[in-house]
Design a protein around this ligand. Sequence first.
Ligand code: ATR
Length: 289
Amino acid sequence: MINGQTRTCGIIGNPVKHTISPIIHNSLADRLGHNLVYVPFPVKEGDLEAAVKGAYALDILGMNVTVPYKSEVIKHLAEVDELAAGIGAVNTLVRTDGGYKGYNTDMSGLWRAMSGEGIRIEGEEIILIGAGGAARAVAYLCAKQGAGKVYLLNRTLEKAKLIADEVNGSFGRTVIVPMLLSDYTELPDRKFLAIQATSVGLEPHDDEVIIEDEAFYQKIHTGYDLIYKPFNTRFMKLVRAAGGQAYNGLKMLIYQGIDAYELWNDVKLNAEDVEFVYDRIKEEMGLQA
Ligand code: ATR
């Protein structure tokens, strides 16, 4: 029941019509008995500053930020968490005295999702595929969490090199090794954790995959696809066919929401709460194992 004490959270972006975040947060508020409502706020180009200031003035408790504003929003914040500042992208705003503080729960969420599956980054040798915004954030996360080497494979070598220079520069060590995607046969002869961070294989292109060659999948002990639609991507199937463990990005999506919810409400959610949201979202999106 919305009443005089209801707190508001929401998501700003353009577009926001297809976001599933309202389902995550409103079903959590319902379950936990919090008097909170979460709504989409479409923000037109040029209106970002007014939106952030207006949200603060309206006493909005917290915001998610999505495409295309994750980097641009930073200049309108009072403070930025260290991980988000390093990545250069913010997806969660938390109300503080004097303005919002920005966090990146996409990456803290990925980290939590991986840890929950028993997947380690520290000391690991990693293959990271892609050099877009998502891959850039994952590269930074891997370096921060103490990965061994991260072989960054991309169709356009130049973009992989830019990320490598930036991340290696930030950490003062050569952790990211940029490589041309087609040079995967030159990877060291060992098993890797592989993170798929391109859009290849995303619904409706379920049959597509970034690398077809079975020999590539022999090098993977664990494959993590950031895509969650389809629920089992072609990349995941090829990893499994070669004997590896494979995961999709749905848990990452869930945990970016869980982390934001925890930050806004100063609570810690338990494993059952996470399972509850996971099932709810799977149902909502018509996803099947
Ligand atoms: P993000 O949403 O993460 O910001 P993006 O900027 O659209 O994504 O980047 C998409 C990634 O998928 C890039 O690494 C892109 O490779 P290029 O940098 O060479 O463009 C990769 N990608 C998309 N389609 C691809 C394809 N058909 N083959 C190989 N790589 C592809």
